[in-house]
Design a binder for this molecule. Structure first.
Ligand SMILES: Nc1nc2c(ncn2[C@@H]2O[C@H](COP(=O)(O)OP(=O)(O)OP(=O)(O)O)[C@@H](O)[C@H]2O)c(=O)[nH]1
Ligand SMILES: [Mg+2]
Length: 264
């Protein structure tokens, strides 16, 4: 089993790879018959394997000029809602694909497919995050186009997915105003690993005790380079800035693609 987060043997059997947390294991965790040294070694092997798949995924995305974003958050912050709205608004202009990660059910992929955009659901069983090998396995079926936009919705979990590189261009962390402004301080790894923080459900600000300025300061304290967008998937407020961010980063990926072709 995963030595840190306790993801089950089942998911390991299914995927033959799994693990976590940049060697930062485990204080206090005991696994029968395994020394602490052995646990750390197992974790390092798992992460090394994941990083090697992630490097291959990243090379594939770069070669094809695909902007791949890994959406991470706690359960229910609005990942699928933001995607549904974005896909409806953008699918006339862009080639879009979605990988949906959840422990169980195809509900999110079903929601996405209703927008007309192709989505594949990956169920992780008891696993609490996607990994790079699972992502690679979707490529053929997804039929990813050149210069397209691929969203990966990770399993709802504000801890585990931060340690797993999927080969994405960037992680985008979504925090909703119902979760409390202290989350960047309490779950720093996810905010440190993300390039963009989306503060969602701002339509609810009048009804909740949430200090936006404090939240932004906390996020910047953890990650001074993090960019921040405030929006509401429900009302649509702020979605335009998100689309501008996507467009700017699709252009950057195109430039990187051209540079990499010139260098080979
Ligand atoms: N008021 C309000 N509700 C929202 C907003 N975005 C999402 N919701 C609601 O929040 C709930 C959870 O939204 P989802 O999009 O399913 O959240 P998720 O992050 O995909 O959830 P998991 O996949 O389970 O982790 C739903 O009831 C949405 O309607 C928003 O901007 N404002
Ligand atoms: Mg979802």
């Amino acid at each position: 089993m995963c030595t840190v987060c306790g993801c089950s043997e089942d998911s390991e059997k299914d995927h033959h790879h799994h693990g976590h947390h940049y060697g930062q294991n485990s204080a206090g965790l005991h696994i029968a018959g395994m020394s602490q040294e052995k646990i750390i070694q197992v974790e390092m092997d798992i992460l090394a394997k994941n990083n090697s798949y992630a490097a291959n995924n990243r090379a594939f995305f770069l070669k094809n000029g695909v902007l791949t974003l890994n959406l991470v958050s706690s359960p229910g912050s609005g990942k699928t809602s933001i995607l549904e709205k974005s896909l409806i608004d953008l699918h006339d202009k862009l080639d879009l694909r979605v990988i949906e990660g959840d422990q169980q059910t195809t509900q999110d992929a079903d929601r996405i497919n209703k927008t007309g955009v192709k989505a594949i659901q990956v169920n992780t069983g008891k696993g609490c995050h996607l990994d790079a090998h699972m992502v690679k396995h979707t490529f053929d079926e997804l039929d990813i186009k050149k210069n397209s936009l691929l969203f990966i919705e990770n399993v709802g979990n504000l801890v585990c997915p931060s340690a797993f590189d999927l080969g994405e261009y960037a992680k985008v962390v979504i925090l909703s105003v119902t979760e409390g402004e202290d989350k960047p301080l309490k779950y720093p790894d996810m905010f440190a690993a993300s390039d963009l923080m989306i503060l969602n459900k701002i339509d609810l600000l009048p009804y909740v005790d949430f200090n936006v300025d404090k939240c932004i300061n906390y996020a910047k304290k953890i990650n001074p380079k993090i960019q921040i967008l405030q929006l509401s998937a429900t009302s649509g407020e702020g979605m335009g800035l998100w689309y501008k961010w996507l467009e700017a980063h699709m252009n950057i990926v195109k430039m990187l693609q051209v540079n990499s072709q010139n260098n080979t």
